[in-house]
Design a protein around this ligand. Structure first.
Ligand code: NI
Length: 259
């Protein structure tokens, strides 16, 4: 039994065989999947909730990805706030900053990130963070807008080095490892996966993106999370079962509503 704490099952990549993908995940022992609700961006904010409402296997997040920050209106934030009260929404995310693609102006990204942290704090939910080439601003905004809430958060698809790992852990965040940790050149990420405290690691696919080795380059799907678990286990010198157990317990601790 294992949890995929981050997947985009609504993605068009799954339109042809979504049910088979879900069946394969269950067969592979993936007992829970967190359907990330960023979808195609506003106004559609129910991309994750739709899965969570169909089966107990799914939980949902709700939020606006930094790519879509420019599309946010007052109505968008009002709807995020409403959906945060949905019983199967367990986090606000993925939210954050993406200075690699810069698909929305950076000042809009920062403002929308801060506003969504405020919604999460108000709702008593953790945040799931997407950050790319924006560590400094991400930490600064978390310090200012999230730390006072004293709640947990998740660094989704953690791709930082030792310094970013340390700072994230100090801020009470979990490090969630995705397919990239299996790539031979990802030495810094592997070091973080090896050294992070046992009670602060999570695993995810981020499907359909970034499939783990030995399936690198293929479309990713939740069933493949077992490869990421195996790699994290090898790095830490423990069994894959132990990583599955640990990360499942951590999932429950990080996402209180998923207890
Ligand atoms: Ni994602």
């Amino acid at each position: 039994m294992i949890v995929d704490t981050h997947c985009h099952l609504d993605a068009k990549d799954f339109d042809a065989d979504r049910e088979a993908v879900i069946a394969r995940a269950l067969e592979a022992g993936v007992s829970k999947m967190v359907a990330v609700g960023t979808g195609e961006g506003p106004p559609d904010l129910e991309a994750g909730v739709r899965f969570a409402e169909r089966s107990d296997v799914f939980y949902a997040t709700v939020g606006v990805h930094p790519h879509d920050a420019a599309k946010v209106t007052d109505d968008t934030l009002k709807r995020v706030r409403e959906l945060a009260g949905h019983g199967r929404v367990i986090a606000i995310g993925e939210i954050g900053l993406d200075y690699h693609y810069d698909l929305s102006p950076r000042d809009r990204q920062r403002a929308v990130f801060a506003e969504q942290m405020a919604i999460a704090a108000e709702a008593g939910l953790p945040v799931v963070i997407h950050t790319r080439e924006a560590w400094d601003d991400t930490f600064e905004l978390i310090e200012r807008h999230w730390k006072p809430a004293g709640r947990a958060g998740v660094m989704h698809c953690f791709t930082g080095g030792a310094a970013e790992a340390r700072r994230s852990l100090e801020l009470g965040f979990y490090l969630s490892f995705g397919g990239i940790v299996t790539f031979p050149k990802a030495l810094e990420i592997q070091q973080a996966a090896r050294e992070a405290p046992e009670d602060r690691i999570l695993i995810e696919t981020d499907a359909p993106y970034l499939a783990p080795a030995p399936l690198r380059g293929k479309r990713n799907e939740p069933a493949f999370v077992v490869h990421t678990a195996a790699k994290v286990a090898a790095l830490r010198g423990v069994t894959a079962e132990s990583v599955a157990q640990t990360t499942t317990a951590n999932f429950r601790a990080a996402f209180g509503r998923a207890g």
